[in-house]
Design a protein around this ligand. Sequence first.
Ligand SMILES: Nc1ncnc2c1ncn2[C@@H]1O[C@H](COP(=O)(O)OP(=O)(O)OP(=O)(O)O)[C@@H](O)[C@H]1O
Ligand SMILES: [Mg+2]
Length: 225
Amino acid sequence: MFEIKNITMIYDMEKAEKVYALGGFDLTLPDKGLIGIIGPSGSGKSTLMYCLSTLKKPTDGQILYNGKNLTSLKDSERENLRRNEFGFVFQRHFLVPYMSAVDNVTVAAAKNDKETTEQAKRLLSGFGLGEKEWNKRPAKLSGGQRQRTAIARAMINQPKVLFADEPTAALDHENAFAVMEILKDYAKKHLVLIITHDRSILKDADRIIELWDGNISAIKGGDTV
Ligand SMILES: Nc1ncnc2c1ncn2[C@@H]1O[C@H](COP(=O)(O)OP(=O)(O)OP(=O)(O)O)[C@@H](O)[C@H]1O
Ligand SMILES: [Mg+2]
């Protein structure tokens, strides 16, 4: 669970023009569920996600993750947390071009043994990529298949929190829907945080957080903070 207090992010600190990407708000996020983050371009969605996932350090404020203060962790502790508990899906899949679909999934696994390979195949099959696709390189897969492979990679270590920044933006409606079904299912037991411009894919979200100019303008569904 995340407890966020007064989270503030200012870019270009040394310049006269300061950008308040996050304006200093509080927010609590539960252990599981599908949480959507929505808002116009530049409203701070990615910045919030990068701060929560320790990829960026906020200028001010506190982020507690299961009672641990993320902003005071050492770099190595942050890396371990990301590796062991967090998974990431981005708008672009960032698959390794010369590796097969299966190898792209196992590449980030904590262990790389036979069981991991089997697990990767099970994940891919569950996402509609059968034996035919397992040995294909990303260039030979469709856009939707590539993104589902990227999601399998993000899930191979069974992260407690899955961060997804516009995971469906490059997909057509049908593939976006398939990806959302996968994320919704994962959110039954884990926390899935998903940034999107497309409100329609969040129809089953447990909570929708709306950002506007670096602040929360509305929270819909679930318990409010
Ligand atoms: N590395 C950076 N250096 C300086 N300013 C930045 C940087 N990254 C983001 N910003 C600024 O911070 C604000 C929030 O950006 P952020 O990327 O979080 O927005 P966003 O909601 O994810 O937008 P989008 O929907 O376009 O991805 C914007 O004004 C942006 O210009
Ligand atoms: Mg963004």
